[in-house]
Design a protein. Structure first.
Length: 159
């Protein structure tokens, strides 16, 4: 018995615009894409601020079952921040949110999570959003502090 695999190649809308005769150049297409992204920057920053606020309003769990459910909410909000921030090059926010995801991933099953970690990360993300674009040293300091939290709370794999 012979198995036949067919592959249907699909072209993106951008590829079709570039490939067709009289289509747009790659440079123009990239410029239009950047303009479209920048038009969404304001609403995206509001969305990120809302997700950070949501992190701060997640209630501290009182039982292991609540702990698990709340950690799922933390993970989803953190992933959402990464999804919305990454197209705008908000790498510090992505790194802070990714750090929180790693801490949630590494939390031992059957133990209560140290909820101060969520609060510290959310407040740090608020601070990162308020920093001016040229405050790179301050960003590195904030991210370095969050890395220390991760280093203290995530066990290092044994070789």
């Amino acid at each position: 018995m012979t198995t036949v695999i067919t592959h249907n190649r699909r072209k993106s809308r951008l590829t079709e615009l570039i490939d067709k005769p009289g289509g747009i150049s790659i440079g123009v297409a990239l410029q239009q894409a950047q303009t479209n992204i920048e038009e969404r920057r304001g609403s995206s920053l509001e969305t990120i601020a809302g997700m950070i606020s949501a992190l701060l309003t997640i209630e501290r769990p009182t039982s292991l079952e609540d702990n698990f459910d709340q950690l799922i909410a933390v993970y989803r909000a953190s992933n959402g921040i990464i999804d919305v921030a990454s197209p705008f090059g908000l790498n510090a926010l992505c790194e802070a949110a990714g750090n929180l995801c790693r801490l949630v991933d590494a939390s031992p099953a059957g133990e209560m999570f140290d909820w101060r970690i969520v609060t510290v990360h959310a407040q740090a993300m608020q601070m990162l959003m308020r920093l001016p674009d040229d405050a790179e040293a301050a960003r590195r300091t904030v991210l370095g502090s969050l890395q220390q939290v991760q280093d203290r709370n995530v066990p290092t794999p044994k070789a």
